[in-house]
Design a protein around this ligand. Structure first.
Ligand SMILES: [Mn+2]
Length: 304
């Protein structure tokens, strides 16, 4: 049996693409099961409940030599803890590829706005039957990862697929649906500062240096900005504990398409300000139209 796993700090795209790929493979007669590496966020819970789809089992490790399929990621640091002991047989992703394998495997990477777009294409290309429920969660992944087509990662293919999916899912007003998703995502209740930073947090190697970049996509930036001091203190703690060169927390206003970044120290403030031509508003680094970690932030760090 193939184990399909999304990335750590699971979001709607990684979770829904893994669930849908399980359904797709089963329809091809391949036994598989989707898993989540951590607790689901409120947006994903909302989506699964809306379409009546069961949440994947949460795991942190699998038995040695288990066959795994990586969905929506390919970097070891973002994957299952004991990945070194497991047998990666396939990767489906829409991020830059940074992996070395010890044997040939299936790698399917496309520059689309979401991994759910890639899975949706697989259904349509192979004329595989797509249920209302699976179309609904795939639509949610496309809308969530592209910030309702606002992110620069969005392609025309994503828009076309979303249109087809919305028809099958019975979602007549996709914009209204997106606002419900983003409201659910923005409802963070009494979350701790560390959990807030780690909600959508990824670690990267840029040359010899290690960085952590957390992102908060929200319709309520004040929720983050009001906790600026606690967040900065926690970023400093994470930087020290993990021995990183810097840790950043990017608060993204989904609707206004603006971002506000908090940093783990003065050097990081100077670096981020220089790299992104940010406006330093009392150590909150404002950048208009900066909304995508994948397409706008990571490439700039890669080339610094
Ligand atoms: Mn994704």
């Amino acid at each position: 049996m193939k184990h399909i796993i999304g990335h750590k700090n699971p979001d709607t795209d990684t979770t829904c693409s893994a669930i849908a790929y399980q359904d797709f493979l089963e329809k091809q007669g391949v036994e598989s099961q989707a898993f989540a590496l951590g607790k689901l966020n409120k947006e994903t819970e909302f989506v699964l409940e809306k379409f009546g789809v069961e949440a994947p089992e949460e795991i942190s490790e699998l038995p040695k030599d288990t066959e795994i399929i990586l969905l929506d990621h390919n970097e070891e640091k973002q994957s299952i803890d004991n990945i070194q002991d497991l047998d990666i047989v396939e990767i489906i992703d829409h991020h830059k590829v940074k992996i070395q394998t010890d044997k040939p495997i299936s790698i399917f990477v496309k520059p689309l706005g979401s991994s759910c777009s890639i899975i949706a294409e697989k259904y349509f290309d192979t004329h595989t039957e797509l249920s209302r429920e699976i179309a609904g969660i795939l639509l949610a992944g496309v809308v969530s990862d592209t910030l309702f087509f606002r992110s620069p990662t969005t392609t025309d293919v994503d828009r076309e697929l979303a249109e087809k999916l919305s028809g099958i899912a019975g979602v007549s007003d996709v914009e209204e649906f997106s606002l419900k998703l983003f409201a659910a995502k923005s409802d963070l209740g009494d979350i701790s500062t560390e959990d807030l930073i780690r909600l959508d947090y990824k670690e990267f190697d840029f040359g010899e240096e290690k960085y952590g970049i957390g992102v908060m996509e929200t319709t309520n930036v004040d929720f983050g900005l009001n906790r600026k001091d606690e967040i900065v203190t926690k970023l400093q703690e994470i930087k020290e504990k993990d021995d990183f060169s810097g840790v950043f927390f990017v608060i993204i206003d989904i609707l206004q398409e603006k971002s506000y970044t908090l940093c783990s120290g003065d050097d990081e403030i100077a670096l981020f300000t220089k790299l992104f031509n940010a406006e330093d508003q009392d150590d909150v680094l404002f950048v208009d139209k900066l909304v995508s970690r994948k397409k706008q932030i990571i490439p700039v760090f890669e080339n610094m």
